[in-house]
Every structure is written in C-alpha cells, then in structure tokens.
Write a protein that binds this ligand. Structure first.
Ligand SMILES: [Zn+2]
Ligand SMILES: [Zn+2]
Length: 277
C-alpha cells in the first residue's frame, strides 16, 4: 500500500445468490461475495468466502510464497454464495497459512458448517485434512482488535440471520452490509448507527423498486434504499453490491446511474476494483 493510506479495499466478488458468468457480466463480474481489506501493517482481512475467494487465494499464494500468511476471514452468514469459495482457496492447502474464521455462531458451529460443505461426497478433501492451521472465533458484541484494525459486527434482517461489519483503522472506516432487507425499524436503525459517518458503505442492492415489490421477504434490498441509508448515515461513498444473478452489465449500470442521481458518491462495486483510504 502507498504510504499515507490506512485501508485498502478490493472487490473479488460482487454478485449475489449464485455465480453468474457471461459475456454480458464482464464489467461488474460474476463471482459471489468476497471483499479484501488490507491495513497499513499489511494485515489481511477477508469478508465472505464467495466464489471470488478463489482468485484472492491465487494472489495471496504468489504474494506470500515461502512466507507465513495470516488471514482473518469474517463471515456474514452461511448461505452458499458466501462460503462456496473456501474449498478453492489455495492457501487453505499450505502449512504456512493461519486462517482465523470469525462469525457470530460458536466456533464449533462454524466448523460444523464449513466441514459440511467439504464433506463426502461434495468435495475430495475433507476440511479436517487441510494443511492450513484453522482457528474459529465467535464474534461478540464488543469490537475485535486485530493489530492496527478494529472490527465491529451488527445484526442484519435476513432469513436465518446475517451480520454486517464496521472496519476501522487510523480514522478511516468501511461498513460491509450485505444480505439484508430494509423495512424493519429496529434493524434499519442499527444499520444507520453502525454506518454513521463511515468513509465507505457497501450495501445490498440486489433489486430495483419494481423487483423488490415481488421479492418481499427474500432478504435483500434495493439501490434506492441504499441511497437513503447512505444519506441518513452521512457516508462518504456508497458501493452497490450483491447484484442479482440475472442482471446484465447494462442493468447494473442503470442502477448505478439512478443511484448516483440520488446520492452523488454512489457507484456499483466492480470485481477487481481497488480503493485506497
Ligand atoms: Zn448472498
Ligand atoms: Zn443470504
């Protein structure tokens, strides 16, 4: 990271629900959620283990070749689009990797879930046999300090539950809030509190208003609501995220344009894009 910056954000997967490759999805990308945040001291934090985590793994494996690699993985929830990249994460198969998995469930429960998706007959290597040293930690209500960065979690309105995260270092902050449905006053208030004054808000914008009307209760939000949250919370920048797998680049670009008309510093997250704070 260039000197003077406190956080680096990189999108490895921005698509929701299921990977959606295709010629008409090349601009924003088809991989499911995976967001990397680096700190000035080069701590590696990863939010969600969607299919984008595979490419991240290749990048980390070459960058840290022959060195110890410590990764802190924070999971929002266990829907498949948020964990399916983990079996393909190359550093998982290196004894030089320490993988710390954080989630709101007990470590035992998180292990059970992740072992499940790699169990026979779903995957050829069982989770218990990977070479990396894996530890599981349960998020508590208070903030977690990892070196020069702090992470707080807060509950989101989503089927079977999900958690958002606020990441802070050196006075800079990023809020990751995906897989949530707006409209519940309590959850809406919690989100605004945690997003308050953040430099960056990453927000679930799966639908437009018309689509949302026929998907109530599915646990997702809209680009329109994203702009309201961004304005209410006074964030610096808004990234639309978790795009519907059916949405082409043209559709996402339309949401981006409409959102920017409501909140100027709004854009759609793009796989591979990097932001320095
Ligand atoms: Zn999802
Ligand atoms: Zn979900």
């Amino acid at each position: 990271m260039e000197p003077g910056h406190k956080l680096q954000l990189r999108f490895w997967g921005v698509r929701g629900s299921t990977p959606a490759p295709g010629k008409d999805k090349l601009v924003y990308g088809g991989n499911t959620p995976c967001v990397e945040i680096r700190t000035a001291s080069n701590q590696v934090l990863v939010f969600d283990a969607g299919s984008g985590m595979r490419e991240l793994g290749h990048q980390l494996a070459s960058e840290f070749a022959g060195q110890d690699l410590s990764v802190h993985l924070f999971l929002t929830h266990f829907h498949w689009d948020h964990i399916q990249g983990l079996p393909y994460f190359q550093p998982l198969f290196s004894p030089d990797t320490r993988l710390n998995v954080h989630s709101w469930t007990s470590g035992q429960e998180t292990r059970r879930v992740l072992e499940g998706q790699m169990g026979t007959p779903y995957f050829p290597v069982n989770f218990a046999d990977v070479s990396a040293r894996v530890r599981f930690a349960q998020m508590k209500s208070e903030r977690v300090k990892i070196g020069d960065v702090s992470v707080e979690s807060f509950p989101l309105n989503h089927p079977q539950g999900a958690y958002g995260y606020r990441i802070e270092a050196g006075g800079k902050s990023i809020v990751y809030a995906t897989d949530l449905e707006h409209g519940d006053a309590k959850f809406d208030g919690v989100l605004r509190d945690y997003a308050s004054g953040a430099d960056v808000l990453i927000y679930d914008a799966q639908y437009n208003d018309e689509e949302y009307a026929s998907h109530r209760g599915w646990g997702h939000s809209t680009w329109h609501e994203a702009t309201r949250v961004a304005r209410d919370a006074g964030v610096g920048r808004l990234f639309l995220f978790h795009f519907d797998p059916a949405h082409t680049d043209a559709r996402v670009a339309e949401s981006e344009r409409l959102a920017a008309a409501e909140f100027e510093a709004a854009c759609a997250a793009r796989e591979g894009s990097v932001l320095l704070l």
